[in-house]
Design a protein around this ligand. Sequence first.
Ligand SMILES: Cc1ncc(COP(=O)(O)O)c(C=O)c1O
Length: 375
Amino acid sequence: MINLSVPYLKGKEKRYLKDCINTNYVSTVGKYVVSFEKKFETIFGFSYSCAVNSGTSALHLALKSVGVGKDDLVIMPSYTFAATANSAIYCNAEPLFVDIDKSLNIDLKKLKLFLNKNTIKIKKNFYFKKNKKRIGAIIIVFSLGNIPDLKLLNDIKNKFKIPIICDAAAAHFSQYKNRHLSTFNLNCCYSFNGNKSLTTGAGGIFATNNKYLYEKFFNFANICKNKSGYGYNDIGFNYRMANINAAIGLAQLEKYDLIKKIKKQIYKKYDYGLSKLKNIRKIESENNDFVSWVYAIETNNSKRLLSILNKNKINIKYFWKPLDMQTPYKNYQKIDLHNTHKIWKNIITLPSSASLKNIDQQKIIKIITKLDNEL
Ligand SMILES: Cc1ncc(COP(=O)(O)O)c(C=O)c1O
């Protein structure tokens, strides 16, 4: 079976894990948590980071840290993983779904138009005219690690001053115009789940250049516990990453350049092998050097392609199903999701693990090429 994305555990993961067991530091206290954060900050260029037990936890506490609370709205795409919407709902807020564009990212032009036309400013806050609810934050999901037009995002940030959180769950290798995301002063939440390009088993991190936000986040993630003893300053969350997860993560970060290089080669082979096909389209991107989490294609007959790939023991499924089409989320507010509803069934993600064998990748390319005329 060829899977979509499996971990590449070929560094010092075992050695560091053994060290955790030998020293008895298997929980949230331990040297690997801090080393993992420091290494992350060095590679990605952020001033501050706080490692937690999942990408979902990072999103939840990022929203809490920017002040999202009861009855607020959090703007986000409907085309995303459940965690994006759940993080708002955990804050007793509600998602407000906006459309995506061809890059599978939130359509920033539609977002700007919506904010201009459908919100009203009262004091420092913007409220949705229709139901008078405050817009507490905007979550920009970097779909597959694809980065949207950051200049336009910056215009929106400057004009509306609504807190922006980036769901960078799969954006470990993403830069924008050859610059680290940290240089754009974004507040990013990454996932280190086992299916991501870099993993800690389960885990996530909040990364920012904003000291105030970092301190709020850190406090929440550590149960709002005062420095000594069992004193608490607020209702917190037991979300800190454990030492054993950070041990795996540190070993992964030490292989950052290698894993990125291998993944780049895999994408180049897909690009080369699939670019001339009539009925397969690559996902558009603002960046030429885009190294996504997994390689994605668009085709009008994804059902047939999926079924043939599955028959050949290539274990892939449809990618995200829009959240507004699913029972738990269908009653939340949404705005013109035309493109989301049109595109989602055409998206297929292809196996892209760093450990993907060349022979397996060539097999995938061959099957798709052979089917092209029928799609
Ligand atoms: C877009 C997006 N956001 C958030 C998450 C949540 O991350 P985690 O699984 O680490 O909680 C994921 C995980 O796949 C994701 O794809």
